[in-house]
Design a protein. Structure first.
Length: 243
């Protein structure tokens, strides 16, 4: 059995699993991911479902480099940075990103089969007839290629397949796994809101062009600052003194 087949076997066993009550996002995959029972609009679980499948299959290092993310967009970004992203020639085991309106990635599923017309048969968490991207159930769906926004292809043939199953103790952590975990942690910290005590300083910094934020428009005030970033901030500050 190939690695992709093993993952798909785990995913198939979950078909029909629903959140309870409906519309709550209260489901076992979220409980495992957050290590506590959660519910509410803040906990969509299509990506979490696949994280859980990788844990159960014993492939934890292959998903997000062994890190954790509940964001389809974050997983797509990681796949691009690590050369694991593709936009054609999908095959079973690929994690395909989906969008049903606009340009942003809204959903994800694992490819089970590629049909003759190019459409994909997928297994998806948190989908349903009432909502493609928030339907509350693990289902098998058929997706036309026009809904695809690329895919992440895990290294199923990698030696990481020998990692212990979900819940088992691991003897060592690879550098790749550590890097992915730190990246996920920093991303989460960057999403935290700043404290009220810094409001005046933040306003001054933004108005004077010292704090210009990232390309996505966020400032990530709770994230770390490298020496390189610190020098840029100091340079911008000195430039304001010349005005």
């Amino acid at each position: 059995m190939t690695g992709a087949e093993k993952l798909l076997r785990v995913a198939r066993q979950e078909l029909g699993t629903k959140e309870s009550p409906a519309g709550s996002n209260r489901v076992k995959y979220n409980t495992a991911y957050y290590r506590r029972e959660v519910s509410g609009d803040s906990y969509p679980w299509c990506c979490v479902f696949l994280w859980w499948c990788f844990q159960e299959a014993g492939f934890a290092p292959l998903f997000y480099g062994g890190g954790r993310t509940a964001s389809c967009g974050a997983l797509a970004g990681w796949a691009k940075r690590n050369g694991r992203f593709l936009s054609q020639d999908y095959r079973p085991g690929d994690l395909v990103f989906l969008r049903f309106s606009g340009t942003a990635i809204q959903h994800i599923g694992v490819v089970e089969r590629v049909n003759g017309d190019g459409s994909l048969v997928t297994i998806e968490g948190n989908t349903g007839a009432g909502s493609d991207a928030n339907g509350g159930e693990v289902q098998r769906r058929t997706r036309a290629l026009r809904y695809t926004a690329g895919a992440f292809r895990p290294k199923y043939a990698d030696t990481a397949l020998q990692s212990p199953a979900f819940g088992a103790e691991e003897d060592e952590m690879t550098q790749e796994t550590f890097n992915a975990m730190m990246e996920a942690w920093l991303e989460k910290r960057g999403q935290l809101p700043p404290g009220g005590f810094s409001a005046q300083a933040r306003k001054w910094g933004e108005e004077n062009g010292i704090m210009q934020g990232n390309t996505d428009g966020t400032f990530q005030y709770k994230s770390w600052c490298t020496r390189e970033q610190m020098l840029v901030l100091l340079y911008r500050f000195v430039e304001t003194l010349k005005k």
